[in-house]
Write a protein that binds this ligand. Structure first.
Ligand code: ARG
Length: 483
């Protein structure tokens, strides 16, 4: 995070021409640097200019600007946008923020007519508009990445629909599941994140411009027109709320926190599975790094870093909530502090998603190791209990019988499926040859054959439903972006 340069205590001074009129002395140089936001809000330049072009277009439509004035302003703004894009601009801290930097440039470029652009608006409604435009743009990028990650998970799940691994509770082997089923569990988490993001977008997508400083403006503005030009759903309802509301930023960061939590959980599993203790997956070399001292190491840095980055996103959520908690209506300078946490959240989420969406299709399942771990873990014990229940034994008694069988297996160092029929019959005489159908790992997973169950056929059916859902999402996205 940037902080002003406080090393120079000599109070050199600057005057701000945008609001210097009522001041009898120039701003202290430290204060100018302390209060400026240009170092970080310059990243809003495209949105700021887009908003200004819409505002000027509207001012012309309602008769506040002549055609010539409007054209001069818009041409000037477009030229400035190109200049900035080419890196051809020197940002001025004395001009505080992106709004005044652009405006000063405009006046420099087109002369006094540039001074008319700020008619009927304030930086308060301007910044609220800029951030909403920015967050909306980034939501669309993040949404596409979420789709890509889900597709990767779904296709890998299809590939691994028959792969058997231990399912865990308490990190102890519990019951066999298919790896495809596990991957689809991850996919469900990300699907909920994507839903939350779409919901957040609805509340981002309203236009605050027109609220002016806080009370609205005396000019005959047309907020519906501006909303349409900027592709917002509608203008906001209340001018005081418009300039002070940052709920959307908090909601976005809450979405990011949940997504971060999910990615962190997946990361944790990948880190475990990539270890030689589990040895369930091989992560591609290009997503790992080595150790400078231990030549044998291949470290799962990418999932580790994603897990670690979750912390800063949670931190930003707490920052934003705290930032807003005691603010009286309407705009307060506190709000300037919304940007760095929000921007860092966006950058972090995009980085983590890109890493995951790139990495997931390249995860290689070590099927034999997974199978072997499921076999070692007595993970079909519940199946034996269910088998006994089918033969008329009460579940509690069945539990007891199986417990004894497992203890015997442990002593013999053999899995339940490796015990002979006569050995199993020591514990219950209802056990017959057909018990081996349920004691096999394949039989165990295949038997959980209902919607939401781990059977390979159910995994394939779930994959098909997920593919359909993703297809619908993508065609909705296409119509949205081409509209
Ligand atoms: N840089 C300011 C912010 O980020 C813009 C709005 C400033 N408004 C004001 N009245 N000082 O919030």
């Amino acid at each position: 995070m940037s902080s002003p340069d406080t090393s120079n205590n000599s109070s050199a001074t600057t005057t701000n021409q945008s609001w210097g009129g009522r001041f009898s002395e120039p701003t202290d140089a430290f204060v100018a640097a302390f209060t400026a936001s240009i170092d970080f809000d310059k990243r809003l330049y495209q949105q700021d200019i887009r908003g200004s072009i819409a505002h000027a277009t509207m001012l012309n439509r309602v008769g506040v600007l002549t055609d010539a004035e409007k054209s001069a302003i818009i041409d000037g703004l477009e030229a400035i946008r190109e200049d900035i894009g080419r890196g051809n601009i020197e940002w001025s801290v004395a001009l505080e923020d992106i709004h005044m930097n652009v405006e000063a440039r405009l006046i420099e470029r087109i002369g006094n007519v540039g001074k008319k652009l700020h008619t009927g608006r304030s930086r308060n409604d301007q910044i609220a508009t800029d951030i909403r435009l920015y967050v909306r743009d980034e939501i669309d990028v993040i949404n596409a990445e979420l789709t890509r990650l889900r597709q990767g998970l779904v296709e890998l799940a299809y590939q691994e629909a028959d792969t058997i691994m231990p399912g865990f509770t308490h990190l102890q082997a519990a019951q066999p599941v298919t790896f495809g089923h596990h991957l689809l569990a991850w996919q469900e988490m990300v699907a909920r994140d994507q839903e939350r993001l779409a919901d957040c977008r609805k509340r981002v997508n309203v236009l605050p411009l027109g609220a002016a400083a806080l009370a609205g403006t005396t000019y005959p503005i047309d907020r519906h027109l501006v909303a349409e030009l900027l592709e917002f759903e509608r203008p906001t309802e209340n001018s005081l709320d418009s300039v002070s509301d940052r709920d959307f930023a908090i909601e976005f960061t809450a979405f990011a926190s949940l997504l971060g939590m999910h990615l962190s959980r997946m990361s944790e599993e990948l880190v475990l599975w990539a270890s030689s203790q589990f040895d369930f997956v091989e992560l591609p070399d290009r997503f790992c790094t080595g150790s400078s001292i231990m030549p044998q190491k291949k470290n799962p840095d990418v999932p580790e870093l994603v897990r670690g980055k979750t912390g800063r996103v949670y931190g930003h959520l707490m920052s934003l909530l705290t930032l807003m908690k005691s603010q009286p209506l309407a705009y307060n300078k506190d709000n300037q502090e919304d940007k760095e946490p929000l921007f860092d959240t966006i950058d972090t989420v995009k980085g983590c998603l890109r890493a995951f969406a790139d990495m997931v299709p390249a995860i290689e399942a070590k099927r034999d190791n997974m199978f072997e771990a499921a076999r070692r873990g007595y993970s079909t014990a519940t199946d034996l209990a269910d088998y006994l229940v089918c033969k008329g034994v009460a579940f509690r008694d069945a539990h007891e019988i199986v417990g004894k069988s497992v203890a015997y297996g442990i002593e013999q160092q053999r899995d339940l499926s490796e015990l002979r029929l006569d050995e199993l019959q020591q514990f219950s005489d209802v056990i017959e040859q057909d018990v081996f159908d349920v004691l096999s790992l394949e039989g165990s997973v295949a038997a959980r054959n209902h919607i939401g169950g781990t059977a390979p056929d159910q995994v394939r059916a779930a994959v098909q439903r997920a593919r359909d859902a993703l297809k619908t999402l993508q065609s909705a996205h296409r119509t949205e972006t081409s509209a």
